[in-house]
Design a protein around this ligand. Sequence first.
Ligand code: 4AD
Ligand code: MG
Length: 438
Amino acid sequence: MTTNSTSAPVTTIERLGNHVGQTVTLQGWVYDKSSKGKLHFIKLRDGTGICQCVAFKGDVSEELFEKLGHLGQESSLVLTGTIKAEPRAPGGYEMSVKEGRVVQQVEGYPITPKEHGPDFLLSNRHLWLRSKKQWALMRIRDAVITAIRRFYDERGFVCIDSPIFTPAACEGTSTLFEVQYFEDKAYLTQSGQLYAEASAMAFGKVYTFGPTFRAEKSKTRRHLTEFWMLEPEVAFADLDDIMQLAEDMLCYVVKQVLERRKPELLALERDLTKLECIQAPFPRLSYDEAAKILAQHPESTFKYGDDFGAPDETILSKMFDRPVMVHRYPKEVKAFYMKRDPADPSKALCVDVLGPEGVGEIIGGSQREEDLDALQGRIREHGLPEEAFAWYLDLRRYGSVPHAGFGLGLERTVGWIAGTEHVREASPYPRMMYRIYP
Ligand code: 4AD
Ligand code: MG
């Protein structure tokens, strides 16, 4: 703990429970302010929470009382005072101010408590992050990331990061971002999977977790052009193994968020019962079973053989109170690296996990083709440049084994857990087709 000039220890709002009856210092910004006669009520936010700080005219210097009366929203200040428990106050504690210092007095902060349109807020994302709901979302995102890393660490996975500049496509050529790479062309990675496969052959159980890019020309609530993906990859594993892994991981992550971020979930008015029921086992449906359900659904325009569109996923995911795992899609709608189902070679050994409450796909994964000739044939069929995949084929030449993995979209997962309609609010600085500012 550091101390400031008043010698009262500096603490944070989330730690106030340890300081009841003590005099401490808080450093932060004015979230809201009101005055009544000889009292100023300052809602101070410090990044860890919001605390009501009450300044009584008789308790502070005349100069400070005067200054506090003129503080606009987001003025920065340091306040020292005694802490008491106050169940009616936001956060449960209140400060009686004794001393303080205004760091910067501000007027005209653009984001006020009134309603603003999404475009205005996105253009002010650098400031919007200070608002309570955005603050709660980012703290939930942080807890999801930490839970994911803990989960894999506890299970002996090694984090091996994949490169961002890549020489070739992983998920089809239609969503590649091309960049000039000295005299050559390179692409921003769509997925770290191919490198995760190489890493799995070196370390057994690995994951890669980082930014991925898709030139998605779609303006849906589910698509970003830059998003984070978590991709575990496991040697000597099959489709069932990674479906189990995905189920265990999602239960673990939701439980951790419930334990560590309840105030944030409540700030978002999230219905906690919807998260409390995220328990194993998750329902599992084959593509054929899912197709039958859609064929009988009055609102579905689904045709057998097609990939599921967003409305189809919404219908399926609304049927269950927990994520549903749809496996074994027709090979034609899936990526070149997926292994065929030996029981029905028209199907790929793959799984999509659809989040509940109409969220749609949050995870896509598969068992990989481990046979050299079959994989080489697939690369040709898909019209992919063979030279760029020479290294990847080496994995099928030297100690090839059955292996499997999946990719989880971080923003879609955070959006689901936090209950936000649009993935863009689950990213601190979202990148979309029509937005690269701020
Ligand atoms: O299903 P996808 O395309 O799978 C892969 O990329 C595999 N190579 C992963 C693997 O097996 N290692 O993407 C995985 C997940 C999706 O389920 C979705 O959650 C997310 O990444 N995702 C997106 N999220 C936001 N915006 C987009 N444009 C996304 N595209 C995919
Ligand atoms: Mg997918």
